[in-house]
Design a protein around this ligand. Structure first.
Ligand code: NAD
Length: 499
């Protein structure tokens, strides 16, 4: 019998009622390890109703008490780090070490949320007019929802839930149906940490569950991370239903390598950033841009042996550099892109399409692939491949290299490798991309700054975590107050001014 997963609502595991399920695979073996229920509209509505009731009391607690729940949650997740990482790795296919990184980057936003008493402090203007004080406060929205992708099943749910809950909201998570077990476990740990039932809920599902969240008037805000087509759909649908929305989409991250870069450092950085987690990261580098012919040759000399030496293995192999892709469909899609690149005329220098791992022949594995002579008109350059494939686009000079990521329709992350501070500064100033690394290949900002891409990588105006997350999960109320010794004038029909 295949194990059947549940939803988690009101502090309890709830069996699915819809009769619809999705398979959850072990990507190492290709076998189905469990099935996850796909919620109906009615099941989502029941979760919202439950959360709406629970939120009132949670918002009434003082923020220091809410912070203490976060502190205890941090301790519990650290206690359970090893089994959580193994569970994550078994459904996603990323290595156990990388799974710990996934959890840890989520915890760092929980640490940020521990500062909520300070973060929620409002503004105060004394004597804004004679006898008049003005102050503003940040109040929670009510019930909010997060819809998250498969590739960071701990980090992204926590990026959304921690600030949302710390602000006093109730949170409904609709995680990816590909790897829902870690989110369910996080829900149990939140309860164990003292979070009241109904404040962190997990509703598993697909489009039906998502649409129920997008259209229900009781859900006040939607945070989404996933592919750009779905991000755009979620953004427009939720906004049309009067919600505040932030949606983060796909990516095509470039790494510019200047002639003066340390080539060993650049090649190491590129190998890790392109092939780590089998390239299934929104901040993966998928395009390398060496500047000048000499740089391209020097870089390829260093890069090719490193890619050849990559160790692809089962996700629980401590020596593996990366594991399998999430599904056989995902691996098939990546193979199709490599076929397409060959047809489009790019040179396939290293071909990972036929990689097979002995003893794991049915797993969703691929080797690392490398294309050279990729040009901006090719689909393999324009579209997100989301697999272990790196493209080299040769740039004749710095301005041409700067133009590539700036003109691309995605604008998530970008990096420059150089020893020249002037070039690095100019690049950071002028490039039209949301997150920039200088000699840092995956510039995911730390928790107390904000994360967000530009162009088709981000829809909405506020970023994730950092101060933006507190703005996103609260609304401002501004009070203008006067305590006169006695109101002596009669009614005034002119708008009050501070003249
Ligand atoms: P996806 O868009 O397929 O799914 C994301 C979420 O949307 C899932 O919860 C899924 O169930 C739901 N969904 C899928 N189809 C839907 C539909 N038709 N209607 C409503 N909901 C739907 O993305 P994925 O494959 O899980 O994740 C990979 C993508 O996420 C990549 O494009 C990657 O770049 C992107 N990503 C972006 C960031 C970022 O911060 N910009 C971070 C991580 C991942």
């Amino acid at each position: 019998m295949t194990k059947e997963l549940s939803h988690y609502v009101g502090g309890k595991h709830i069996a699915g009622q819809s009769g619809r399920f999705a398979d959850v695979f072990d990507p190492n073996t290709g076998s189905v390890q469990s099935r996850v229920p796909l919620a109906s509209k009615a099941e989502v509505e029941a979760a919202i109703a439950n959360a709406e009731v629970a939120q009132v009391e949670w918002a009434a607690q003082n923020p220091q008490r809410r912070a203490r729940v976060m502190m205890e949650f941090l301790r519990l997740v650290q206690r359970d780090m090893e089994p959580l990482a193994r569970l994550l790795s078994s459904e996603h296919g990323k290595t156990v070490a990388d799974s710990k990184g996934d959890i840890q980057r989520g915890l760092e936003v929980v640490e940020f949320a521990v500062g909520i008493p300070h973060l929620l402090k409002g503004e105060y203007s004394d004597q804004a007019g004679r006898g008049i004080d003005v102050y503003s406060m940040r109040q929670p929205l009510g019930v909010v929802a997060g819809i998250t992708p498969f590739n960071f099943p701990a980090m992204i749910p926590l990026w959304k839930a921690a600030p949302a809950i710390a602000c006093g909201n109730a949170f409904i998570l609709k995680p990816s149906e590909r790897d829902p077990s870690v989110p369910l476990r996080l829900a149990e740990l939140f309860l164990e940490a003292g979070l009241p039932a109904g404040i962190f809920n997990v509703v598993n599902g697909d489009k039906e569950a998502v649409d129920a969240l997008l259209t229900d008037p009781r859900v006040m805000a939607i945070g989404f991370v996933g592919s750009s087509t779905i991000a755009e759909y979620i953004y427009s649908t939720a906004a049309a239903h009067g919600k505040r929305v932030q949606c983060f989409g796909g990516a095509k991250n470039h790494m510019v390598v200047m002639p003066d870069a340390d080539m060993d450092q650049a090649a190491d950085a590129l190998t890790g950033a392109a092939y780590g987690s089998a390239g299934e990261r929104c901040m993966a580098i998928s395009v390398a841009v060496p500047v000048g012919k000499g740089t391209t040759e020097a870089l390829l000399d260093k890069l090719i042996p490193r890619i050849r030496q990559l160790k692809v293995g089962p996700s629980n192999d401590p020596d593996a550099d990366f594991g399998p892709l999430i599904t056989s469909a995902a691996a098939g899609r990546v193979r199709d892109y490599i076929d397409l690149g060959v047809k489009e005329g790019a040179s396939l220098v290293l071909d990972g399409r036929d990689f097979k791992l002995q003893g794991y022949e049915s797993g969703f594995f691929m080797g690392g692939s490398l294309f050279d002579h990729v040009t901006p008109n090719m689909r393999i350059y324009k579209e997100e491949i989301f697999g272990p494939v790196l493209s080299i686009v040769r740039a004749p000079n710095y301005e041409a290299a700067l133009h590539l990521p700036s003109a691309h329709e995605y604008g998530n992350g970008v990096a420059i490798f150089t020893r020249d501070g002037d070039a690095a500064r100019d690049f950071a100033q002028r490039v039209k991309v949301g997150m920039v690394g200088v000699n840092v290949p995956i510039p995911v900002p730390i928790a107390y700054h904000t994360f967000g891409g530009w162009k088709r990588s981000g829809f909405g105006d506020l970023n994730q975590h950092g101060p933006d997350s507190i703005r996103f999960y609260t609304r401002t109320k501004t009070v203008t107050s006067r305590w006169p010794s006695g109101i002596k004038e009669g009614a005034s029909f002119v708008i009050p001014t501070m003249s």
